[in-house]
Ligand binder design. Sequence first.
Ligand code: BDP
Length: 326
Amino acid sequence: MVKKISATLLGAIAGCFLVTGVASAAEWRAWNIHNDGHPNTAAMDRFAELIDEATKGEIKLQVFHGGVLGSQPDALEQVRLGAIEIGNFNLGPIGPMVKEANLVSLPFIFKSVPHMFRVLDGEAGQTIAGAMAEAGVMPLAWVDAGARSFYSQKPINTPADVEGLKIRVMNNDLYTSMISAMGGNPSPMAFSEVQQALKTGVVDGAENNFPSFKNVGHYEVTTHYSLSEHLIIPECICVNTAKFNALSEEMQAAVRGAAEEAALYQRELWAVQSEQARKDVEAAGIKVNEIADKGPFQDAMVKVYEDYLAANPDMAALVEMAQSTE
Ligand code: BDP
């Protein structure tokens, strides 16, 4: 009997050590919507290596590509709750849950990608990052997602060309207002459904940057890409706030450093691969048209801004901050 108990006890003690041993190397999961061949996929794989090196193996990151852990709104919810630790998110779908993040979803709010990064690196960026962290999704580093333009079965040169077209947008009321303001019919839809919707004519068009247009085969089921560049939306490498805050200061610095390095790598890849994606889709037959005067598109957005600021007067200061950033 005594022998039996001590064997059980020994087993329990050994079990404790084992559990402690496992717990000391945290296993984190990361969500990424993109497939192989997209710059973010390579950058997230690099992030997993960097986090391993920087934390000396104390945090192991498993990255799930291709949105297999769920749609972007679902994954956002999971990161907020801590069911998934890391997400490579676009700020568009974050707007409905974090008001301050919606700044970046106002059409034409940024003059260029470098302007967007200057705004994010300033006070407006800090406000957005703070509000996101408060909501449970803390940005560790910003990454490049270029500019989004329209694509459909005909060229779009003026807002009037959007009239009557059913255009897929990401989930955010600002995007539905943007399409409605041009007389189009907005259709919010998950990214994974867009190719089929374009193919079957459920929608007449969509809008995205060149790498995404190419990576998920939207270019195979459309003919014209019109450089409206109406949205310049940043993306982030984000972490569940509580998980991050539970780390020691040293570990927090390691994780942040790894994310910043992965983000720099992403921006380098983005520059090269977005050019390449444009060349590839053109070689595959897509007609790309420049829009000489984007003024009419910007004019059509005046009402979007008015309605938005009337409903969200507390966002006026952030809008002003972004607009006055050189
Ligand atoms: C891509 C973004 C991705 C979005 C997607 C979309 O990188 O996060 O989910 O657009 O349009 O460019 O849904």
